[in-house]
Design a protein around this ligand. Structure first.
Ligand code: PMP
Length: 481
């Protein structure tokens, strides 16, 4: 298909900077205090293609935020635009509640094509509403209905969304029905060991708690986890740990829900992140990339869990035809062009280069990730160390404290160099890269060059300020999506 140019910018060409500043000023006056990305990324996107966003001020940025991991093919990919236009030109209804349509039928076929075999053979799909958090709610309701139980198992550092049930199973919450278990965060290992050993202890803790008659945890309705925690700081769980979670839950008839909202559609090097370990969950939660940049969220689950009543999880916006068409086109493109494998290979190379950078910069505490889901945890190398986790564990134990101030500074320096990155993690100290899977080798070099330069500048200036007894960069942790 011919690549059509995006619509002309709405900004008068002669006065771009004035328009840009006016829009930002009005945003800060009119929009909610709860806004997030808009605070740390004061740009006004007017055009975008692939990795590149152009702002109203005429600046160009390499976008490694990708709509919080949504844009598997980058902005406005031709196959996505073509799929959307095809639906519009066909005269098909755009709003259909949850009725059957050819567009939905094709989406479901494409989705099922990608599923881990044993699930694909016997799966049901529920269209849940526009956002990832809607699908999380549906998954929790599904397993509660199917098991007749109410408790849930969830993990430290988890992020599953912003609605009530999703918040309950996220790391910051404290719902009595949710039992919190230690996620295998090797760098800040709760057991002080890290690696496979830390993951093994996490699994033992989990099994023991479930089997202890006085453990205080009655048999739960389900366990929910991310194979790679995203917002929690880009923390890939070891494959062996994921298999253990599968064994532990299967042996105790506890449905395993894997939240693939951020990890899905090739991002981690396999189409779904569970494939690395060969784990087959009972329920998979999907959103972000499956809508090809438009809002769409589903759960896919074992047919025998399908015990809920008609209307048990309804919603007006479950039939977004444009999102289904864009999503089906995206999934087919990722599958046909081997983009998951490409993400795995390029991501491994980028991780290697970032580790070389870490060797020269003690402020890089950890470099980790899987595929094109990459995190760089920044620390204060001269700060007091903890037990390996977060507490004050005495001398010599564990990693240096996280440095949210430096992470915020790096993000700003990246932006000044035309690079958009995300900051996340427990302490907002992890700089995150989520580039599109279409990233070329040359673009990867440009991204890492800008990042390295930004890091060096931020490191110099924040040290300079700290030596004079003041923190140049200060930022409160901001919740992301
Ligand atoms: N689950 C995971 C793993 C996520 O990363 C997110 C969003 N970052 C969500 C759920 C919630 O998705 P949404 O913001 O679309 O509600």
């Amino acid at each position: 298909m011919a690549v059509t140019e995006p619509a002309p910018a709405v900004v008068p060409a002669d006065r771009p900077t004035v328009a840009h500043e006016g829009i930002l000023r009005r945003q800060s006056l009119r929009e909610s205090a709860a806004r997030t990305y808009a605070r740390s990324l004061p740009i006004v996107p007017v055009r975008a293609r692939g990795l590149t966003i152009e702002g109203a001020d005429g600046q160009r940025y390499l976008d490694c935020l990708s709509g919080a991991g949504t844009l598997a093919l980058g902005h406005n990919h031709p196959v996505v635009l073509e799929a959307i236009k095809k639906v519009i030109d066909s005269g098909a209804p755009l709003h259909v509640l949850d009725l059957a349509t050819p567009v939905k039928d094709a989406f479901t076929t494409e989705l099922f094509e990608t599923l881990p075999g044993p699930l694909a053979d016997n799966a049901r799909v529920q269209f849940c509403g526009p956002a990832g958090t809607d699908a999380v709610e549906a998954a929790l309701k599904l397993v509660r209905t199917a098991t007749g139980r109410s408790g849930l198992l969830a993990f430290t550092g988890a992020y599953h969304g912003m609605t009530a049930g999703a918040l309950d199973v996220s790391g910051g919450a404290s719902d009595v029905r949710v039992t919190r278990l230690p996620y295998p965060y090797g760098y800040r290992c709760p057991f002080g060991t890290g690696g496979e050993r830390g993951a093994d202890l996490s699994a033992r803790w989990t099994a023991n708690l479930l089997d202890d008659p006085k453990g205080g945890v009655p048999r739960p309705a389900g366990m929910i986890l991310e194979a790679v925690q995203g917002e929690g700081g880009v923390i890939p769980a070891p494959d062996s740990w994921l298999r253990r979670m599968r064994e532990i839950t299967a042996a105790r008839s506890i449905p395993l829900i894997v939240d693939e909202v951020q990890t899905g559609v090739g991002r981690t090097g396999t189409f779904w992140a569970v494939e690395h370990s060969g784990t087959v969950p009972d329920v998979m939660v999907m959103s972000k990339a499956i809508g090809g940049s438009l809002p769409l969220a589903v759960i896919v689950y074992r047919a025998d869990l399908d015990a809920w009543e008609p209307g048990a999880h309804a919603g007006t916006f479950r039939g977004n035809q444009l999102a289904m068409a864009a999503g089906a086109a995206t999934m087919a493109y990722v599958r046909e062009n081997g983009l998951a494998q490409r993400a795995g290979e390029l991501g491994a190379r980028m991780l290697g280069q970032l580790r070389q950078l870490a060797a020269e910069h003690p402020v890089i505490g950890d470099v980790r990730g899987r595929g094109l889901m990459i995190g760089v945890e920044l620390v204060d190398p001269e700060g007091p160390v903890g037990t390996g986790g977060f507490g004050d564990g005495g001398p010599g134990a564990g990693p240096a404290p996280a440095s949210p101030a430096l992470a915020a500074a790096v993000q700003q320096e990246c932006l000044r160099r035309g690079l958009i990155v995300e900051v996340g993690g427990r302490h907002s100290a992890v700089v995150r890269l989520l580039p599109p899977l279409t990233l070329t080798d040359e673009q990867a070099v440009a991204v890492l060059d800008r990042f390295a330069d930004a890091l060096a500048t931020a490191e110099r200036s924040s040290y300079g300020q700290e030596q004079r007894g003041q923190k140049k960069y200060h930022r409160e942790p901001i919740k992301t999506s």
